[in-house]
Structure formats: C-alpha cells, structure tokens
Design a protein around this ligand. Structure first.
Ligand code: ADP
Ligand code: MG
Length: 625
C-alpha cells in the first residue's frame, strides 16, 4: 500500500486552529499529554501480554524515551507500548472530532478567551496539543503482536498522510518538528535537555513508567552518555498524603481525567488488613459535555498493586457518581479480573460502599467549609447526584442532606436542614412544587396561600426532581408534600369554621360544575390555597404532574390521561357571581368551561381545544363592549 492523503473534517480543522492560535498560554503541557498517552499505552501492553500469553508482545523494558535533537530541531517521544493499527491511527489520531464537537464549536464562538480554554479543556485535545509547538508531526507506530507498522504525518492544517512503515518497532514514536519561533526562548526550547528535565519533573513525575532522556551523542573522542530517568515513578496514591503537593495532585488529576483544569477537591482513602486498598479520587470543577448523555463513562480506574487494570470501572462507583475521577488500587485482586467478576466481588462492593460514603461526606464538608466550591459543585453535578435519591436507597438520607434546592426563602439554594429550622410552628411537611422554571412556579396560583401565610416552598425544576419526589418519603422524619397535590391545610380554626359554612353554600355549584366538566376533571371543590386567582387545578396525591406528562410526551410516550381536581376560590367575584347565576337557573356551562381553561393556562398547561376556548372568550368579550 502506498501513501494516502486524508483530509481532516472541517470541524476538526476549526478546533485545531482555535487551539493552536488562541487558547493555550502554557505550551509546555504538550509534553504532559504525549507522556500521558505513552504511559496509557504501556499500561495497556502490560495487561494485554498478561491476559494473552500468545500475543507475542515485548514487555521486558517498558519505558518512555525523550530524544531531543538540537541540530535537526526535533523532539521525539517514544514508547514501546501497545501501539496502534492503521485503522486505529485513522480513528484515534485522524479524528479529533469526537462526539459533541459541533456543539463545542458553537459554544466556543460565543465564549471569551478564558472560557474558551475551559471549554476546550473539558473536551481534551491531548495528542493535538503537539501542534502548539510543532509545524509538523510524524507518528510511527506498530501494534504489539502485529507486524504491520504505520507512519502518519501532518502539519496540522488541512490533511494528513498515512503509509506503511515496515521497520517500525513495537509501540509509538512521535517526532515533533519544532517551531523555529520557540528556539529563541530558552525556557521553552523543547530541544533543550534542561527544559525537558524541568517539564517532566513538573508535570509527569508520578508516571509509574520510567521517562528517560536519551543519552547525548558523543563529542569528538568521547562516549555516548547514559540515558537518564527524569521522574521518580512513585504512584501518588501510595505516597504519604503530607508529602504530596497540591500541584502534584493537580497534574495527576489531569493525567487520569484528561481534563485541563485543576480538581475542585481531592479525596484520599485507604484501608489496611484483609482488604487492603488505596484510593485517590477527585471532584472536577466542570462537568464533561456528556455527563447527561446515555452511556456516559465513569471516571474511576482500577489498579491492582500499581498495575493498571481498567478504565471506567463501573463496579467501583454508582452511576450517579459518574463524575468522580481517580484511581483505586486494590491489593488482593487477580490481575486477570474481568468486569463481570468485579460486579460480583465482595471486596469490590465493600470498597464501593466506603467510596460512596466518603464522596458524600466530602460534599457535605464542602458545603459546611467551602461554600463557593460547594456552589460550583452543585451547579455542575447536583442533577447527577440527585439521581442517587432513587437508585441508592441506602444513602438516601445522606444524599438529601448534602443536596440543595431553590426555595422561596431567597435567591440562594437552601439545604433541607436549614429549611427544617425555618419551618413554622405546627408545619408538618417540607413543601415543594415541581415545574419548568422558577418563574413559572412562583407565578403559579398554587403558591398564593403559601406566600400569603409565609410558608417556605422548595422550587424544583430539574427533570430528575419530578421523579425522586415520588420515591422519597421524607427527610429526617419530615415528609415532603407537593403544594400542587391533595388538600392543603394551612387554615386557622376560625378560617376552618368559615370554610365549613362556605362548603355548604357552594355545594350545589360544585356538584353542578363537576357534571359540566366531567370530561376534564374528576371533581370541583372549594380551595384553601387561593387568595387572588379564581380557580386552580390540583392533582391527587399520587397523580402525575403536568411537567412529568410533558416529559413523557417529549420522550415520545403518551402518558395515561389523569383527570385532575378543579378548586375554586370562594372569595373571588367570578366564583360568587357564577354561584348566584347558576342558583338563579341560568345556563352558565360556558363560564364553567372558561374558568377551567383559565386555570389550565395559569399553570402553563395546554388547552385541549384552544380554538373553542378562544371562541368562547371572544364571544364573552364582545358582549361587554
Ligand atoms: P485521549 O488521551 O484523551 O484519549 P489523545 O488525543 O491524547 O486523547 O489521544 C487519542 C487516542 O490516541 C488515545 O486515546 C489512544 O487510544 C491513542 N494514542 C495516542 N497516543 C498513543 C500512544 N503513544 N500509543 C498508543 N495509542 C495512543
Ligand atoms: Mg491523551
């Protein structure tokens, strides 16, 4: 096969240009990215060779080598890891356009510089960061256990070439033809041995494979110098906590998470004895693009005694904590464990339980001690965390305890403990209402009496809220109660007495209206939740809310039709007037229909027959002119 030239996709080109020309102020990090990839490749070949003795992979001296050539102005980063096949090179290196690129580009266009860096950081364009320092990049690779090598080359502009390379050794070698502009800058001359020493020490010290600086070519009459190992190779999670600096944690976080930011919080835990393990976990600052997409990956890697076993280890973290990044290193597992075995493993479930508790406790500590960090966390990951209210019954109270919710108390979200402290005397429930937005809920007629009497209401607007509120009974013994469902009891004894009298007075009206609106509502009754609106629709305690119905429709499912209850405000002139007219024997069924339609509109609902409603209303208005 001869050389093929392949065009980058348009999106990929745009992304590259943005990254190279406008975003990174710190170019040194390209080396961190290449070393990180090489380290992953070494992890993979060790595991592959262990699991498949027939593979024929070489694993004797696994390492990473940096070969600077000041004369030729090149830097080569070489590993003898797993390597890539031709198809893999095209797929992994030739395509920067991972899922979400288009969306990312759209967001980038609107973003300022600082924000743009953040966005790209979430996306992670690891290998391509080489083009920040190189005009041209060559990559030669051979997949372990195969004998067909591949050479790839690109200037990072429009296209790349790919051709066979028969003499390629196992693993991958990336040669950067360094930009002339960096040669002048002593601190950033990437063909300079001291610069390389410094960068590796800063960004890649914890890499568990040796990162060697190649020996220097001999000067006249001298011998080639020995290669020199630049990193300490100490796994960070195995070092005493006090000996690891924040910077080191941050670099390690970047290595495991492929994120470019610092972590929001670092979590360490360890156990000794029969189940020995160490874990180093991180809460990120920014949610990845795919956090709420189906099949989002989990961020925890499994190691066994410093040996990498797998990425995305779902046995170690529940789905609702998929945003947690890091590693767990377990001492007593077989290197051969499969995902299936892990799911059954008692030791792994014990680790998982402890890890969940620790993460939740950390979130609680953040809230108590670092309110700003907690606010960031909640903003990014609160929605995911609340999924745990349904899926993790054992930790439900704890999750509730570290969650926060928008509330009528103020602009800042509140915790439930704080809500309980503010509860009024005699208040027996935590009141909430679900809906599409804070404004919509606050404007809803259901709020009237609660606002009037000073009861705090939680305003729940995440789609997941619609679901958990039905599955969760209460918090520390106080039940949750929707203000849009069932009867509300906010009345004083005096008011109750009055309500009793009104009930008798309006009994005939309610009965008549129940008949007229039979197709749409299951009952018409008097309300104690209204002060200014004439009528409101409410659900029975276990009925679906209108928002949940909408969600079903959005997913293409028609929810079962539930008739709701129409409540009337006995102090509203429209309602008292209607009562008198009906008692006088006039046919007011159209007014009843209008009243029902208005209640639907007031809560942001959709009319069953809008044309008919408009016709009735127009007729009515006409008569008033
Ligand atoms: P990421 O590391 O976040 O996946 P990169 O752009 O750094 O993104 O790399 C893309 C992919 O290319 C890697 O996931 C890996 O599969 C492959 N790759 C990159 N460098 C190497 C290497 N040295 N050896 C083997 N595979 C590599
Ligand atoms: Mg990478």
């Amino acid at each position: 096969m001869s050389t093929e030239t392949i065009e980058f996709q348009a999106e990929a080109r745009q992304l590259l240009r943005l990254m190279i020309h406008s975003i990174y102020s710190n170019k040194d990090v390209f080396l961190r990215e290449l070393i990180s990839n090489a380290s992953d490749a070494l992890d993979k070949v060790r595991l592959a060779a262990y699991q498949d003795k027939e593979l024929g992979a070489e694993t004797d001296d696994l390492h990473i080598e940096l070969v600077p050539d000041p004369e030729a102005r090149t830097l080569t980063v070489r590993d003898n890891g797993i390597g890539m096949t031709r198809d893999e090179v095209v797929e992994l290196i030739g395509t920067i356009a991972k899922s979400g690129t288009a969306e990312l580009l759209a967001q980038l266009r609107d973003a300022g510089d600082g924000e743009a860096a953040q966005l790209i950081g979430q996306f992670g364009v690891g290998f391509y960061s080489s083009f920040m320092v190189a005009d041209r990049v060559e990559l030669t690779t051979r997949r372990a256990g195969t004998d067909a090598g591949v050479r790839w080359e690109s200037d990072g502009e429009g296209s790349y070439t790919i051709e066979p390379a028969d003499d390629a050794p196992q693993g991958t070698s990336v040669t950067l033809h360094l930009k002339a502009s960096d040669a002048e800058d002593q601190m950033h001359d990437y063909a300079d041995r001291n610069v390389l020493r410094r960068i590796v020490k800063t960004y890649s010290d914890f890499i568990t494979w040796p990162v060697r600086l190649a020996g220097e070519p001999p000067a006249e009459g001298e011998e080639m110098t020995e290669p020199e190992t630049l990193n300490s190779m100490k796994a960070l999670w195995a070092r005493p906590q006090k000996d690891v600096s924040d910077e080191e944690y941050a670099e390690f976080y970047r290595h495991v998470s492929h994120d470019w930011q610092e972590p929001l919080e670092t979590i360490r835990l360890a156990a000794e004895g029969t189940f020995e393990y160490q874990a180093l976990l991180f809460l990120p600052q920014v949610a990845p693009m795919d956090l709420h997409m189906r099949d989002a990956r989990r961020g925890v890697q499994l190691y066994v005694r410093r040996v990498f076993i797998m990425d995305d280890c779902e046995a170690l973290v529940p789905e609702y904590l998929r945003f947690v990044k890091g590693v767990v290193d377990a001492a007593d597992l077989s290197l051969n464990v499969s995902r299936e075995i892990l799911q059954q493993d008692r030791q792994i479930s014990a680790i998982r339980r402890r890890l969940v508790k620790k993460v939740l406790a950390t979130i609680g500590t953040l809230r108590d001690e670092k309110p700003e960090a907690y606010a960031t966390f909640w903003d990014q990951f609160g929605r995911a965390l609340k999924e745990g209210l349904l899926s993790d019954a054992d930790n439900r109270e704890t999750i509730l305890g570290v969650s926060s919710f928008a509330s009528t108390h103020g602009d800042e979200p509140t915790g439930l403990a704080a809500y309980r402290e503010r509860m009024r005397e005699g208040q027996e429930a935590i009141y909430y209402m679900t809906g599409d937005s804070r404004t919509a809920i606050e404007a809803s007629p259901h709020m009237e009496a609660f606002r009037d009497k000073g009861y705090e209401v939680l305003l729940l607007t995440d789609p997941v809220d619609e679901v958990w509120v039905d599955g969760v009974e209460g918090f520390e013994g106080t039940p949750f109660r929707s203000i849009a469902k069932g009867q509300v009891d906010l009345q004083t004894d005096e008011e109750k007495e009055k309500a009793g009298e009104q009930a008798t007075e309006f009994a005939a009206l309610c009965e008549w209206m129940t008949g007229v609106l039979d197709d749409d509502v299951k009952e018409v009754r008097l309300s104690s939740r209204l002060t200014t609106s004439p009528a409101v629709l409410v659900g029975d305690e276990f009925d679906m809310t209108p928002t949940l119905e909408k969600m079903y429709r959005a997913m293409g499912q028609e929810p079962p039709k539930v008739k709701r209850i129409l409540e009337l405000n006995p102090s509203h002139p429209l309602v008292t007037g209607l009562r008198e007219a009906q008692a006088a024997g006039r046919d007011e069924s159209e007014t009843a229909e209008l009243l029902h339609g208005m209640a639907l509109l007031a809560e942001g609902g959709e009319l069953g027959d809008p044309a008919r409603f408009v016709g009735l209303l127009a007729g009515r208005l006409e008569r008033t002119l």
